[in-house]
Design a binder for this molecule. Structure first.
Ligand code: PLP
Length: 388
């Protein structure tokens, strides 16, 4: 890998050479048949990964555009949604919905905890919600949503399920043909970005709509958007030689290669690998007296939010670690200074994470917080073996 640093923030994540090489290919016109074939393949690969028979959109934008695209094409002003928020990114749907005049109800959890299913059941029983938003892995807390438990409740009440997979897609199970306790209970929309578990540089918004979500779009006469209106994109996604807005040609090259790597490894292997990495990183950091905010039973496999032991200064720790070439992120909101966030997803390898554990230990020793590096590295390796 040509990277000089280990980018272990919860996205963007490490990019491998074959993706860089693809991205550095000659820029062609967006209607050039050679590019069109690549774009078509990238869309097809997305469809395969998500197992959908609906429509897939791969467009320029970040995860936030993907969130907006999901919402404005299914819910109109005055209709009600329920936002299930297990952190900062769950909350983003509140302001996003309100910006479009959507009535937003929220179930917010204490950071680090999963939502209480009885609360979800009670809330949904209160009235008609057009859609419910779930953040699969909240990047602020490292908490995963329990889709197997949540989706049947939502579908029972007739709500569309909008899943934010920005920090989960391509690492955690997101299969749009999977049924959740009833043949009609499925995820209706998945949205994500290119820069996290897919392991491609930032800049692409990826959204998939199933037939139920497409039917919701059909009922809307005019969505309050132009770029985000899926009706402007469906013709392009089905025939990328057509034009609506210029696609980011080189990013599509990169994404096509990133998706090739995802499918080559296979979703089942990726889910196992990410689960093993998540467990191993948290267990190893535990040896340093660092605990994850999320309990192991609810922890996401893609990233962890790790609380510092007493006496470790966040800025001093992260900058000393960065000098050794390992970049981790600070925590958000009230956890700023009290925790850091480490990504373990996408193209991140076991060797990288093992080295990161070692360098984190070295850093702690350097800043006067004595730890046993060998023991933590040993624990990391053991946990990987146990879980792959
Ligand atoms: C879970 C989740 N949703 C949405 C977003 C927003 O994505 P973006 O920053 O690409 O707009 C992020 C960003 O980190 C995220 O982690």
């Amino acid at each position: 890998m040509r990277n000089e640093e280990m980018l272990l923030i919860p996205g963007p994540t490490p990019v491998v050479d074959s993706i860089y090489n693809a991205m550095a290919s000659e820029t062609r016109g967006h209607t050039d048949p050679r590019f069109v074939a690549i774009y078509k393949n990238a869309i097809e690969q997305t469809r395969t990964m998500l197992q959908t028979d609906g429509e897939v959109f791969v467009v320029a934008g970040s995860g936030t555009i993907a969130m907006e695209m999901a919402l404005v094409n299914t819910v109109v002003a005055g209709e009600k949604i329920l936002v299930i928020s297990q952190g900062y990114f769950g909350d983003r749907f509140i302001t996003l919905g309100q910006a479009f005049g959507i009535e937003v109800d929220v179930l917010q959890t204490e950071w680090g905890k999963q939502v209480d299913l009885a609360d979800v059941e009670a809330k949904l029983a209160e009235g008609h919600y057009k859609a419910v938003t779930i953040t699969h892995a909240d990047t602020s807390t490292g908490v995963a949503a329990d889709l197997d438990a949540l989706i049947p409740i939502m579908k029972k009440h007739g709500a569309l399920v909008i899943l934010d997979g920005v920090c989960a897609t391509a690492a955690m199970e997101e299969n749009m043909s999977k049924t959740y306790g009833h043949p009609d209970y499925k995820i209706d929309i998945i949205l994500t970005g290119s820069q996290k578990a897919i392991g491609v540089p930032p800049g692409l918004a990826i959204v998939a709509f199933n037939q139920t979500a497409l039917a919701a779009r059909k009922q809307i006469e005019r969505v309050p958007a132009y770029y985000c209106d899926i009706y402007n994109w469906i013709p392009i996604m089905n025939d990328p030689s057509k034009y609506f807005a210029t696609p980011p040609v080189n990013l599509i090259y990169a994404y096509n290669e990133g998706m090739r790597l995802v499918l080559e490894e296979g979703m089942s292997a990726r889910i196992t690998r990410h689960t093993a990495f998540g467990k191993a990183v948290r267990a190893a950091l535990g040896e340093y007296g660092m605990t994850a905010l999320a309990d192991e039973t609810v922890a996401a496999s893609t990233l962890s939010c790790i609380l510092y032991p007493d006496g470790v200064d966040d800025a001093a720790f992260r900058s000393a670690l960065a000098k050794k070439g390992v970049i981790v992120a600070g925590a958000l909101a009230h956890l700023a200074g009290k925790a850091f966030r480490i990504g373990h997803m996408g193209n991140t390898t076991e060797a990288m994470l093992e080295q990161a554990i070692e360098l984190i230990g070295d850093t702690l020793n350097e800043i006067g917080h004595g730890v046993d590096v060998e023991k933590a590295v040993g624990r990391f390796k053991e946990e990987v073996i146990l879980n792959v």
